[in-house]
Ligand binder design. Structure first.
Ligand SMILES: [Zn+2]
Length: 831
């Protein structure tokens, strides 16, 4: 075996935790081993995919099925925490991987960034780099070699759904033939071959018809329809139950789904290729048996036998035939099928022996050059002649001849000291390593394009001799620990920078000319980090001192430094990047931990930046109560400009307590996520009546816990959004206090907004409300329901869909001034 070649081996984190299949699942894997057909499902976002069809293709048809999501879903909202933008994309990537773990599909992406809502495909394509996205779609087709490609969306109806959606369908439609052209995207041909799928379908669904009823009535004679509600006894679930479990992994979007049972139909419209005569068989006329591959016939015969004679109590009895088939697969000339099927059969052989092999690092992070302890565990839990011949820590570590015959159910343990190579790459989400554009991630490594995660470079290779035959497997070095609550818990093993820097505040807002303290944290990824930390300022901003020395003895320990920053005299902004200097190296990235129960904990390195904003702002009122909703940073942003903000759980709301606050502010989607608010609505409105200001940020109309009783007077939330962040804003009530006191609001206050103007504006309201502002996307009707204010008794009630939750944390000056005016309604400026 050539070790030099193995340095190139990289594996995916996805497979970090050992899988432990039952006999039924092993048998299912053998069925899939005997099916040589591929499907590619194409859409735009995490959650677009039809998990029912993906599960049917994987578990019913046994096809190798990949979901190509053009984006990672950065632009959406997060229902479970504060992460937005790139960090939300990291969460959604992991949620998709968890979904695929359940339905058995594979996952790919393009470099296209979900830059936010887009009303048609033309706009989408003008913001994405069209050539790069095309390259990536062709790459996905050539890599996965689908026999059938299935579009989630209709390529013919731009403007009727999110522009990303239609664009995904248009791209797959356009590139169907292009992927087969050897003159197109030639630089890919070093890695993949041109490929032409046999068929292209559009996955028709009732939601393209407006309602299930309309769909039932529609003429479907031109569509293929087939059953996708089958029960799989080997898996103990109906297809529709699997798809619901898979879909429920999209937790940050609130897509929990209850499984159903019984017959269900799926509909496909053929767009390209020949129409199958058998409705149930998308692969009709395509050879999906082993005879598809040159030299495959004999493999099919042997594996047919394995399938027929499989003993569910003694899967190890299949080993001799599996080894025979494995030798034949090794001899295949066709690299695509050889690699794919070798991986599959090797896993099956190990599972038939109940063979467990892993390598666990002593810490969940390490830096280059650091020495870690690596604990190996190997155990073969079923009968069979197996010798562990060699263990190699890759790429450059220990290579040990073991030559240990494995007894039945005897655990082999071994520990090694392993030094992380000095040129190891950081395990950071690879698409965030470099700054991309609004529409695209920047990825330098061609081979990584499309991958869901950063491939793991540090692996362990186990060489086994199984009944006289060599079999090698490569597993990523993993990390696990015992959690008192959850027991055995895996966490990715990460290679991190030696030093990271961070600002606790993403934005520092200066409400006046006085200096403010700006905190910087320096964290050591390895013991003994010494150097200087500084904040390079310019444009009239001043910093003191020029630098601090840091000296951090312990790994993962942090030191905190307070710089004093003075703003310029006039309003202005500066993006400030922290720098730590150690020897000749500069570190300017922060390390962000994303921890949720339903995905592996993620470490993300992003530029360590904070935005300094010098505001010209006046405030009346000082004490605010904030009721958290789906999670946002608005309370912290308000603290920055000097408000005293108490965050109060909805269930603890009490009218007498509320009376000490100048305003009561509802976090985004508070009424969607918080059952308790329904029971407090009376007290909330009474608070307004007695002189308080109630500010309700956007909620969606569905899942509104208070139903029609959101405000003191009837108000209906619509679906209107204004996605162009530069859309002109008109003043409908220019004399209203909120536009004049204490800050005079002008068009300038709507400069520099990010991502959008707002969402879920009100669509209908009682005349008691005054609409204050109006705006709209190009070519659309005016949207007047983005800020509605009603007097209620002595106080005010405000519903506002303007996206304060994006503007305030981004340090948008005008947003602060308008928000301060909302809080100040009816209040006097205290001297
Ligand atoms: Zn979508």
């Amino acid at each position: 075996m050539c070790w030099v070649l193995l340095i190139l081996v990289t594996t995916h984190l996805f497979s970090q935790q050992p899988t432990k299949p039952t006999s039924g699942e092993i048998y299912k894997a053998i069925e899939r081993l005997n099916f040589l057909g591929n499907a590619l499902y194409v859409a735009a976002h995490p959650d677009d995919e039809n998990t029912r069809l993906i599960s049917h293709l994987v578990n019913g048809v046994n096809a190798h099925t990949t979901y190509l999501s053009l984006t990672r879903g950065d632009g959406g909202q997060n229902l479970i925490g504060p992460e937005i933008e790139e960090l939300l994309g990291v969460i959604r990537t992991q949620e998709l991987l968890q979904a695929r773990k359940i339905d058995g599909g594979n996952q790919m992406f393009s470099r296209a960034n979900d830059f936010g809502y887009s009303k048609n495909a033309e706009e989408t394509i003008s913001i994405w780099d069209n050539e790069l996205v095309k390259n990536d779609v062709v790459w996905a087709i050539r890599k996965t070699r689908p026999d059938v490609i299935i579009n989630r969306f209709d390529h013919r109806t731009s403007g009727t759904t999110h522009g990303h959606h239609t664009a995904s369908a248009m791209l797959a439609h356009e590139l169907f033939e292009k992927a087969a052209d050897p003159k197109a995207y030639q630089d890919q041909l070093k890695y993949v071959e041109p490929w032409k799928a046999s068929r292209l379908f559009f996955n028709v669904s009732w939601f393209f018809f407006g309602s299930q009823e309309a769909f039932n009535k529609a003429d479907k004679s031109h569509l293929m329809s087939f059953e996708v509600g089958s029960y799989y006894p080997l898996l103990g679930k109906s297809n529709t139950e699997i798809s619901a479990l898979s879909r429920s992994k999209h937790k940050c979007q609130g897509f929990g789904n209850t499984g159903s049972r019984g017959n269900q139909s799926e509909y496909l419209e053929l767009l390209k290729g020949s129409k199958p005569t058998d409705q149930e068989n998308l692969f009709e006329g395509i050879n999906t048996t082993w005879t598809r591959v040159e030299g495959g016939e004999a493999i099919g015969v042997v594996l047919g036998q394995v399938q027929q004679q499989f003993d569910f109590l003694h899967p190890e009895k299949s080993i001799p035939d599996l080894l025979k088939a494995q030798s034949l697969i090794e001899g295949l000339k066709d690299k695509f099928w050889r690699d794919r099927k070798l991986k599959e059969i090797n896993d099956i052989i190990l599972h038939c022996l109940g063979l467990y092999a892993e390598c666990i690092a002593s810490s969940h992070t390490a830096v280059r050059g650091e020495q870690i302890k690596a604990d190996i565990e190997v155990v073969k839990r079923l009968p069979g002649q197996v010798t562990l011949k060699r263990i190699a820590l890759l790429p450059m570590g220990k290579d040990t001849l073991v030559m240990k015959a494995l007894g039945d159910n005897e655990t082999y343990l071994q520990s090694y000291l392993y030094t992380i190579p000095s040129d190891a790459w950081y395990t950071n989400a690879y698409w965030l390593n470099e700054r991309g554009s609004l529409g695209m991630y920047k990825v330098d490594q061609m081979e990584w394009i499309g991958m869901p995660e950063t491939p793991r470079q540090l692996n362990v290779q186990f060489d086994f001799e199984i009944e006289g035959k060599m079999l090698s497997i490569v597993r990523p070095i993993a990390y696990k620990f015992n959690s008192p609550e959850d027991g055995e818990t895996y966490r990715p093993f990460e290679i991190t920078p030696e030093v990271s820097v961070s600002f606790p505040e993403k934005v520092v807002v200066f409400g006046d000319q006085y200096p403010r303290k700006v905190t910087v944290n320096v964290k050591a990824g390895a013991p003994g980090q010494k150097g200087k930390v500084r904040l390079p300022v310019k444009n009239g901003w001043k910093v003191s001192p020029a630098y601090f020395d840091f000296d951090i003895a312990e790994k993962n320990a942090e030191q905190r430094f307070e710089f004093e920053i003075s703003p310029p005299n006039e309003s202005g902004e500066l993006t400030l990047q922290a720098e730590a200097e150690v020897g000749s190296r500069i570190y300017n990235k922060q390390m962000i931990t994303i921890a949720y129960d339903h995905i592996p904990t993620q470490l993300v390195y992003m530029p360590a930046e904070t935005r300094l904003v010098r505001l010209d702002i006046k405030k009346a009122g000082n004490r605010l109560a904030y009721i958290p909703g789906a999670g946002d940073e608005v309370a912290n942003s308000l603290r920055q400009i000097g408000y005293l903000v108490d965050e109060i759980e909805a269930k603890n709301i009490r009218l007498d307590q509320l009376m000490k606050y100048d305003a009561l502010i509802m976090g985004v989607r508070a009424y969607n996520t918080n059952e308790d608010l329904k029971f407090k609505q009376k007290e909330i409105l009474a608070y307004a009546e007695q002189g308080g200001n109630v500010i309700v940020q956007y909620n969606t109309n569905s899942r509104l816990t208070v139903g029609a009783n959101l405000g003191p007077y009837p108000i209906k939330i619509g679906r209107e959004r204004v996605t162009v962040e530069t859309a002109p804003v008109r003043f409908l009530a220019p004399d209203h206090e909120v536009l004049n006191y204490p800050n005079k609001i002008t068009a300038k206050d709507f400069d520099g907004w990010v991502q959008e103007r707002g969402l879920y504006f009100a669509s209908e309201w009682d005349p008691a409300y005054t609409p204050i502002l109006s705006c709209n996307d190009p070519g659309e009707d005016a949207r007047d329901g983005g800020m509605l204010i009603a007097r209620h008794g002595e106080g005010h009630f405000i519903y506002t869909g303007y996206s304060w939750f994006r503007q305030l944390p981004s340090g948008v000056a005008g947003a602060y001034r308008i928000f301060a005016n909302m809080v100040s309604l009816g209040k006097d400026i205290k001297p």
